[in-house]
Design a binder for this molecule. Structure first.
Ligand code: F6R
Ligand code: MG
Ligand code: MG
Length: 364
């Protein structure tokens, strides 16, 4: 059976700053979607990571379905109304357009979708991140799909060792999608050369070379490229199938042990380590640290199991301690050097005005 998995997420308001949406907000989104259960959609799941609400839909209409995107938009509008009613911070923040126009891509929400031929058992993971941007998934995906240090299947499984096709987007190119397709193992170094630049090149999809089946779909939206100005970080979502001809669940999760440094943190303008956090987590220290959660599912005939929280295990407590230390270390140097992002990535324009003012005061 063919099933489409679509995850659409937005920040539409949260309690006490950019921390967490209210339960009432989430319930109003859920009520709106529930009305379409059994009609447009076969199943759905709603969760939050930090201040973002992610809706995972199962349906039969393929990626980019207008009615499905309209449903997500309407649900976010319902949630925004509740956020306004409760006086939440940033109500409707990610809904950049006044009205829906065919597809939520480009209107603010982040989207990742893939149509799959359901296997007999169809395990997959939904990653949702907060206080960072889409490039945050570059390194973990590279390591899970191209590095035997994390994916032992590349050595042990003949089908996995045939490699993967990476589809990489140049997100600086806003007029139209500018993409490149590269294959592992032969293009591995070229892939690394692109992916080192997390702000410009972002993985949008990965396919098995053995079967042609899609393994991964990731959101690539960068709101400031769309709106021309920063309205918040893009807090990306990612779907990844696992087991069988794809990396095992543990191989997909393995790179999150690193707590690699990503863009985000306070005011979306710093660098911080990506912390693997429990589902439904809130945000705390210094508007961060950047977090990612992983909900594991199986889907069968378009119906989801309940999610399992892949980072809710004592092992990940140890990693969270390590990542906290990394966060502390980089925060000790405040605004200096690599602790903050380049000018072009800062969420606030104030520093540019300061530099212009100071420019006039320089003398030679
Ligand atoms: C992402 C997020 C941040 C904020 C940033 C600035 O979820 O919350 O990227 O957009 O911290 O927000 P303000 O200016 O509202 O404090
Ligand atoms: Mg926010
Ligand atoms: Mg957010």
């Amino acid at each position: 059976m063919k099933t489409t998995l679509s995850v659409i997420k937005a920040d539409i308001g949260s309690i006490a700053g950019h921390i967490k949406p209210s339960e009432a907000l989430i319930e109003s989104v859920r009520d709106c979607i529930n009305r379409q259960l059994g009609q447009l959609i076969t199943d759905f799941y709603i969760g939050n990571t930090g201040d973002d609400v992610a809706i995972l839909f199962c349906h039969e209409h393929g990626p980019g379905c207008t009615e499905l995107h309209q449903l997500a938009w309407d649900a976010f509008i319902c949630g925004t109304d509740k956020a306004k009613e409760q006086g939440l911070y940033g109500a409707g923040q990610d809904l950049l357009a006044d009205a829906f126009s065919g597809n939520v891509k480009g209107l603010g929400p982040a989207v990742a979708e893939m149509e799959i031929e359901e296997r007999k058992a169809e395990p997959f993971l939904l990653f949702t991140a907060d206080k960072t941007d889409p490039g945050a998934y570059n390194l973990p995906l590279y390591l899970s799909f191209a590095d035997p240090m994390h994916c032992s299947g590349l050595i042990l499984s003949p089908k996995i060792s045939e490699g993967f096709k990476f589809v990489i987007l140049d997100v600086a190119h806003v007029e139209e999608d500018r993409i490149i397709e590269l294959n592992t193992p032969e293009d591995t170094y070229d892939i690394a050369a692109l992916l080192r630049d997390n702000e410009r090149f972002v993985i949008s999809a990965i396919y098995s070379r053995a079967t042609g089946a899609q393994a991964t779909a990731a959101s690539t939206t960068r709101l400031h490229n769309i709106a021309g100005t920063y309205t918040g970080k893009d807090d990306p979502v990612l779907l990844t199938r696992c087991q069988g001809d794809f990396p095992a669940t543990g191989e997909i999760l393995s790179p999150y042990s690193i707590g690699h440094f990503v863009a985000g943190f306070m005011r979306g303008s710093h660098v911080g380590p990506l912390m693997p956090a429990k589902m439904g987590c809130s945000i705390s220290y210094f508007d961060g640290p950047p977090v990612v959660s992983a909900a594991g599912f199986c889907v069968h005939n378009g119906k989801l199991t309940e999610p399992v929280d892949c980072f809710d295990h004592p092992y990940w407590d140890y990693i969270r301690d390590k990542v906290s230390r990394k966060a502390f270390d980089i925060r000790e140097q405040g605004f200096s050097g690599p602790a903050m992002l380049h000018y072009s990535e800062l969420e606030y324009g104030g520093i540019v005005d300061t530099m212009n003012k100071l420019e006039k005061k320089f003398s030679c």
